[in-house]
Design a protein around this ligand. Structure first.
Ligand SMILES: Cc1ncc(COP(=O)(O)O)c(C=O)c1O
Length: 313
Protein backbone atom coordinates (compact mmCIF):
# COMPACT_ATOMS: atom_id res chain seq x y z
CA UNK A 1 0.00 0.00 0.00
CA UNK A 2 1.39 3.37 -1.06
CA UNK A 3 -0.46 6.22 0.60
CA UNK A 4 -0.16 9.73 -0.78
CA UNK A 5 -0.16 12.81 1.43
CA UNK A 6 -2.41 14.67 -0.97
CA UNK A 7 -4.07 13.78 -4.24
CA UNK A 8 -5.39 16.97 -5.78
CA UNK A 9 -8.79 16.81 -7.46
CA UNK A 10 -7.04 18.08 -10.55
CA UNK A 11 -3.94 16.08 -11.32
CA UNK A 12 -0.58 17.51 -12.35
CA UNK A 13 -0.75 15.29 -15.39
CA UNK A 14 -3.90 17.02 -16.53
CA UNK A 15 -2.31 20.43 -15.93
CA UNK A 16 0.80 19.50 -17.90
CA UNK A 17 -1.28 18.28 -20.82
CA UNK A 18 -3.19 21.54 -20.99
CA UNK A 19 -0.36 23.88 -20.12
CA UNK A 20 -0.51 26.09 -23.18
CA UNK A 21 -4.27 26.50 -22.81
CA UNK A 22 -4.39 27.13 -19.08
CA UNK A 23 -2.38 30.21 -18.34
CA UNK A 24 -3.78 32.56 -20.96
CA UNK A 25 -6.02 34.64 -18.78
CA UNK A 26 -8.68 36.96 -20.10
CA UNK A 27 -10.08 40.40 -19.45
CA UNK A 28 -13.38 40.08 -21.27
CA UNK A 29 -16.19 37.80 -20.09
CA UNK A 30 -16.27 34.13 -20.84
CA UNK A 31 -19.47 32.25 -20.07
CA UNK A 32 -18.06 30.52 -17.00
CA UNK A 33 -17.10 33.81 -15.35
CA UNK A 34 -20.75 34.70 -14.78
CA UNK A 35 -21.64 31.16 -13.72
CA UNK A 36 -18.83 31.08 -11.11
CA UNK A 37 -19.73 34.55 -9.86
CA UNK A 38 -23.37 33.54 -9.40
CA UNK A 39 -22.48 30.22 -7.76
CA UNK A 40 -20.11 31.90 -5.26
CA UNK A 41 -22.81 34.43 -4.42
CA UNK A 42 -25.26 31.59 -3.85
CA UNK A 43 -22.83 29.72 -1.56
CA UNK A 44 -21.43 32.65 0.44
CA UNK A 45 -24.14 35.29 0.01
CA UNK A 46 -21.55 38.02 -0.59
CA UNK A 47 -20.27 39.99 -3.60
CA UNK A 48 -17.19 38.55 -5.31
CA UNK A 49 -14.64 39.04 -8.08
CA UNK A 50 -12.63 36.17 -9.49
CA UNK A 51 -8.96 36.87 -10.21
CA UNK A 52 -6.01 34.74 -11.25
CA UNK A 53 -4.71 33.59 -7.82
CA UNK A 54 -5.08 33.90 -4.06
CA UNK A 55 -1.87 35.93 -3.90
CA UNK A 56 -3.26 38.36 -6.48
CA UNK A 57 -6.56 38.60 -4.55
CA UNK A 58 -4.75 39.63 -1.35
CA UNK A 59 -2.38 41.95 -3.19
CA UNK A 60 -5.36 43.77 -4.76
CA UNK A 61 -7.15 44.04 -1.41
CA UNK A 62 -4.03 45.65 0.10
CA UNK A 63 -3.63 48.02 -2.85
CA UNK A 64 -7.25 49.17 -2.57
CA UNK A 65 -7.30 49.58 1.23
CA UNK A 66 -3.80 51.03 1.72
CA UNK A 67 -3.65 50.06 5.42
CA UNK A 68 -1.15 51.48 7.91
CA UNK A 69 0.31 48.11 8.83
CA UNK A 70 -0.33 44.49 7.87
CA UNK A 71 -0.56 41.69 10.44
CA UNK A 72 -0.07 38.07 9.32
CA UNK A 73 -0.31 34.99 11.60
CA UNK A 74 3.17 33.69 12.30
CA UNK A 75 2.13 30.19 11.19
CA UNK A 76 0.77 30.72 7.71
CA UNK A 77 1.52 30.26 4.05
CA UNK A 78 4.41 32.23 2.55
CA UNK A 79 2.11 33.56 -0.21
CA UNK A 80 0.61 36.05 2.25
CA UNK A 81 4.02 37.60 2.84
CA UNK A 82 4.57 37.66 -0.91
CA UNK A 83 1.33 39.57 -1.50
CA UNK A 84 2.26 42.10 1.21
CA UNK A 85 5.77 42.52 -0.21
CA UNK A 86 4.43 43.00 -3.74
CA UNK A 87 2.32 45.85 -2.37
CA UNK A 88 5.47 47.31 -0.72
CA UNK A 89 4.67 46.33 2.88
CA UNK A 90 6.76 44.51 5.46
CA UNK A 91 4.20 42.50 7.43
CA UNK A 92 4.23 42.00 11.19
CA UNK A 93 3.85 38.37 12.30
CA UNK A 94 1.44 37.87 15.20
CA UNK A 95 0.64 35.16 17.71
CA UNK A 96 -1.62 34.99 20.77
CA UNK A 97 0.47 37.47 22.71
CA UNK A 98 1.81 40.20 20.44
CA UNK A 99 -1.26 41.43 18.56
CA UNK A 100 -1.30 45.17 19.14
CA UNK A 101 -3.56 46.40 16.45
CA UNK A 102 -4.86 49.89 15.65
CA UNK A 103 -7.39 51.60 13.44
CA UNK A 104 -6.49 51.35 9.73
CA UNK A 105 -4.27 48.32 10.27
CA UNK A 106 -5.07 45.26 8.19
CA UNK A 107 -5.41 41.97 10.04
CA UNK A 108 -5.29 38.80 7.98
CA UNK A 109 -6.96 35.91 9.75
CA UNK A 110 -6.23 32.52 8.25
CA UNK A 111 -8.26 29.39 8.91
CA UNK A 112 -5.08 27.34 8.64
CA UNK A 113 -5.73 23.65 7.89
CA UNK A 114 -9.45 24.40 8.31
CA UNK A 115 -9.24 25.49 11.96
CA UNK A 116 -11.17 28.65 12.91
CA UNK A 117 -8.95 30.77 15.18
CA UNK A 118 -11.01 33.94 15.68
CA UNK A 119 -14.49 34.14 17.19
CA UNK A 120 -17.07 35.93 15.07
CA UNK A 121 -17.71 38.57 17.74
CA UNK A 122 -13.96 39.33 17.96
CA UNK A 123 -13.99 39.98 14.21
CA UNK A 124 -17.03 42.26 14.50
CA UNK A 125 -15.46 44.22 17.39
CA UNK A 126 -12.20 44.71 15.50
CA UNK A 127 -14.14 45.91 12.46
CA UNK A 128 -16.10 48.34 14.64
CA UNK A 129 -12.83 49.80 15.88
CA UNK A 130 -11.67 50.54 12.33
CA UNK A 131 -9.44 47.52 11.68
CA UNK A 132 -9.62 45.99 8.20
CA UNK A 133 -10.19 42.32 9.00
CA UNK A 134 -9.51 40.07 6.00
CA UNK A 135 -10.45 36.42 6.37
CA UNK A 136 -8.44 33.98 4.24
CA UNK A 137 -10.87 31.10 3.62
CA UNK A 138 -8.54 29.09 1.35
CA UNK A 139 -8.17 26.22 3.82
CA UNK A 140 -11.76 26.33 5.05
CA UNK A 141 -14.44 28.39 6.72
CA UNK A 142 -17.16 28.02 9.31
CA UNK A 143 -19.99 26.12 7.67
CA UNK A 144 -22.57 27.70 9.93
CA UNK A 145 -21.37 31.27 9.54
CA UNK A 146 -19.45 31.04 6.26
CA UNK A 147 -17.47 34.25 5.63
CA UNK A 148 -17.51 36.30 8.82
CA UNK A 149 -15.61 39.48 7.95
CA UNK A 150 -16.61 42.23 5.53
CA UNK A 151 -13.59 41.50 3.36
CA UNK A 152 -12.24 38.05 2.53
CA UNK A 153 -10.40 36.12 -0.13
CA UNK A 154 -9.60 32.61 -1.20
CA UNK A 155 -7.23 30.68 -3.41
CA UNK A 156 -8.78 28.00 -5.57
CA UNK A 157 -5.39 26.71 -6.71
CA UNK A 158 -5.12 23.09 -7.79
CA UNK A 159 -4.16 21.61 -4.38
CA UNK A 160 -6.69 23.58 -2.37
CA UNK A 161 -9.89 22.55 -0.56
CA UNK A 162 -11.96 23.65 -3.53
CA UNK A 163 -9.67 23.55 -6.50
CA UNK A 164 -9.41 24.72 -10.07
CA UNK A 165 -6.52 24.94 -12.48
CA UNK A 166 -5.63 28.09 -10.53
CA UNK A 167 -7.66 31.07 -9.43
CA UNK A 168 -8.46 33.34 -6.51
CA UNK A 169 -11.50 35.28 -5.35
CA UNK A 170 -12.02 38.58 -3.53
CA UNK A 171 -15.15 38.65 -1.38
CA UNK A 172 -17.09 41.64 -0.06
CA UNK A 173 -18.14 45.08 -1.30
CA UNK A 174 -14.48 45.68 -2.10
CA UNK A 175 -14.89 43.27 -5.04
CA UNK A 176 -16.57 45.99 -7.08
CA UNK A 177 -13.36 48.05 -7.07
CA UNK A 178 -11.64 45.47 -9.25
CA UNK A 179 -11.30 46.71 -12.81
CA UNK A 180 -10.20 43.99 -15.16
CA UNK A 181 -7.65 45.43 -17.53
CA UNK A 182 -6.14 47.77 -14.89
CA UNK A 183 -2.40 47.62 -14.28
CA UNK A 184 -1.88 47.69 -10.52
CA UNK A 185 1.59 46.14 -10.57
CA UNK A 186 3.54 47.53 -13.46
CA UNK A 187 3.06 48.21 -17.13
CA UNK A 188 3.03 44.61 -18.21
CA UNK A 189 0.77 42.97 -15.61
CA UNK A 190 -2.99 43.44 -15.90
CA UNK A 191 -5.79 42.33 -13.57
CA UNK A 192 -7.21 39.36 -15.41
CA UNK A 193 -9.92 36.77 -15.12
CA UNK A 194 -8.86 33.15 -15.21
CA UNK A 195 -9.59 31.67 -18.62
CA UNK A 196 -12.76 29.75 -19.38
CA UNK A 197 -11.18 26.32 -18.92
CA UNK A 198 -9.95 27.25 -15.42
CA UNK A 199 -13.29 28.76 -14.50
CA UNK A 200 -15.03 25.65 -15.77
CA UNK A 201 -12.95 23.49 -13.40
CA UNK A 202 -13.79 25.85 -10.52
CA UNK A 203 -17.49 25.81 -11.41
CA UNK A 204 -17.45 22.02 -11.49
CA UNK A 205 -15.91 21.78 -8.00
CA UNK A 206 -18.10 24.52 -6.53
CA UNK A 207 -21.06 22.45 -7.57
CA UNK A 208 -19.64 19.51 -5.56
CA UNK A 209 -18.83 21.61 -2.51
CA UNK A 210 -21.21 19.77 -0.15
CA UNK A 211 -19.88 16.38 -1.21
CA UNK A 212 -16.26 17.56 -0.69
CA UNK A 213 -17.05 18.97 2.77
CA UNK A 214 -18.96 15.84 3.82
CA UNK A 215 -16.10 13.52 2.83
CA UNK A 216 -13.43 15.62 4.57
CA UNK A 217 -15.44 15.88 7.77
CA UNK A 218 -16.02 12.15 7.74
CA UNK A 219 -12.32 11.33 7.24
CA UNK A 220 -11.18 13.75 9.96
CA UNK A 221 -13.70 12.34 12.40
CA UNK A 222 -12.48 8.84 11.62
CA UNK A 223 -8.85 9.86 12.23
CA UNK A 224 -9.90 11.65 15.47
CA UNK A 225 -11.60 8.55 16.72
CA UNK A 226 -8.79 6.17 15.84
CA UNK A 227 -6.10 8.45 17.26
CA UNK A 228 -7.84 9.49 20.45
CA UNK A 229 -5.42 7.52 22.64
CA UNK A 230 -2.34 8.68 20.84
CA UNK A 231 -1.04 11.07 23.50
CA UNK A 232 0.51 8.25 25.52
CA UNK A 233 3.06 7.88 22.72
CA UNK A 234 4.13 11.52 22.72
CA UNK A 235 2.50 12.04 19.38
CA UNK A 236 -0.18 14.69 19.80
CA UNK A 237 -3.05 15.81 17.65
CA UNK A 238 -2.45 19.41 16.56
CA UNK A 239 -6.13 20.11 17.14
CA UNK A 240 -9.52 18.48 16.94
CA UNK A 241 -11.99 19.86 14.48
CA UNK A 242 -15.36 21.17 15.61
CA UNK A 243 -18.46 20.13 13.71
CA UNK A 244 -18.76 23.57 12.06
CA UNK A 245 -15.19 23.42 10.67
CA UNK A 246 -14.05 21.94 7.37
CA UNK A 247 -10.78 20.01 7.71
CA UNK A 248 -8.19 20.69 5.02
CA UNK A 249 -5.07 19.10 6.56
CA UNK A 250 -4.90 16.57 9.40
CA UNK A 251 -1.83 17.23 11.55
CA UNK A 252 -0.03 15.78 14.54
CA UNK A 253 3.00 17.16 16.37
CA UNK A 254 5.91 15.46 18.06
CA UNK A 255 9.48 16.20 19.08
CA UNK A 256 11.23 14.59 16.16
CA UNK A 257 8.76 14.98 13.32
CA UNK A 258 11.49 14.49 10.74
CA UNK A 259 12.42 11.06 12.07
CA UNK A 260 8.77 10.10 12.31
CA UNK A 261 8.17 11.25 8.76
CA UNK A 262 11.07 9.06 7.58
CA UNK A 263 9.61 6.11 9.48
CA UNK A 264 6.26 6.65 7.75
CA UNK A 265 7.99 6.89 4.40
CA UNK A 266 9.65 3.52 4.97
CA UNK A 267 6.12 2.17 5.42
CA UNK A 268 5.07 3.82 2.15
CA UNK A 269 3.10 6.57 3.84
CA UNK A 270 3.72 10.10 2.61
CA UNK A 271 3.56 12.99 5.04
CA UNK A 272 4.54 16.64 4.91
CA UNK A 273 6.19 19.04 7.33
CA UNK A 274 4.43 22.30 6.53
CA UNK A 275 7.10 24.73 7.67
CA UNK A 276 7.11 27.90 5.67
CA UNK A 277 10.34 29.85 5.22
CA UNK A 278 9.39 32.91 7.27
CA UNK A 279 8.21 31.00 10.33
CA UNK A 280 11.12 28.57 10.50
CA UNK A 281 13.02 31.10 12.59
CA UNK A 282 10.04 32.40 14.52
CA UNK A 283 8.92 29.46 16.62
CA UNK A 284 10.63 26.07 17.01
CA UNK A 285 7.25 24.47 17.73
CA UNK A 286 6.34 24.73 14.04
CA UNK A 287 9.00 22.22 13.04
CA UNK A 288 7.22 19.61 15.18
CA UNK A 289 4.10 19.66 13.01
CA UNK A 290 3.52 16.82 10.58
CA UNK A 291 0.64 16.62 8.14
CA UNK A 292 -0.72 13.10 7.60
CA UNK A 293 -2.31 11.76 4.39
CA UNK A 294 -5.58 13.62 3.96
CA UNK A 295 -7.43 14.02 0.69
CA UNK A 296 -10.73 13.19 -0.89
CA UNK A 297 -9.63 9.88 -2.42
CA UNK A 298 -8.41 8.51 0.93
CA UNK A 299 -10.35 5.49 2.15
CA UNK A 300 -10.89 3.90 5.56
CA UNK A 301 -8.49 0.98 4.88
CA UNK A 302 -5.74 3.47 4.18
CA UNK A 303 -6.46 5.45 7.36
CA UNK A 304 -6.47 2.20 9.35
CA UNK A 305 -3.06 1.38 7.90
CA UNK A 306 -1.66 4.84 8.75
CA UNK A 307 -3.08 4.61 12.27
CA UNK A 308 -1.65 1.12 12.85
CA UNK A 309 1.81 2.34 11.80
CA UNK A 310 1.50 5.33 14.12
CA UNK A 311 0.69 3.07 17.07
CA UNK A 312 3.59 0.76 16.12
CA UNK A 313 6.10 3.60 16.15
C1 LIG B 1 -3.84 29.91 3.15
C2 LIG B 1 -3.39 30.35 1.78
N1 LIG B 1 -3.72 31.57 1.35
C3 LIG B 1 -3.32 31.99 0.13
C4 LIG B 1 -2.57 31.22 -0.73
C5 LIG B 1 -2.12 31.77 -2.05
O1 LIG B 1 -2.86 31.28 -3.12
P1 LIG B 1 -2.31 31.15 -4.61
O2 LIG B 1 -1.35 30.00 -4.62
O3 LIG B 1 -3.54 30.93 -5.44
O4 LIG B 1 -1.64 32.43 -4.96
C6 LIG B 1 -2.23 29.93 -0.30
C7 LIG B 1 -1.45 29.01 -1.11
O5 LIG B 1 -0.61 29.11 -1.84
C8 LIG B 1 -2.65 29.48 0.98
O6 LIG B 1 -2.32 28.25 1.44
Amino acid sequence: MNIKHNIPLITENCINKNKNLLYKNEITNGIYYNLVNKKLKEIFNIENSVVSSGTEALFLIIKILRPKRIWIPEYSCISLTRAANLANYKPIYYNNTNLNINKNDLLIIVNTFGKIFFETNEIKNLEKSGVFVVEDITHGYSITEKIRSKIAFSSYGYTKLISSFGSGVIFGKIAKYINYGDKPLNKSIYITKPNNLTLQSLYFNLNRINEIIKKRKYLAKYYDNELKNINRQDINLLFKFESYEIPYRYCVYLDNSKKFSEYLKKNKIESERPIWIHNKKINPFFSKILSLPFHESLNINQINFVVSKIYDY
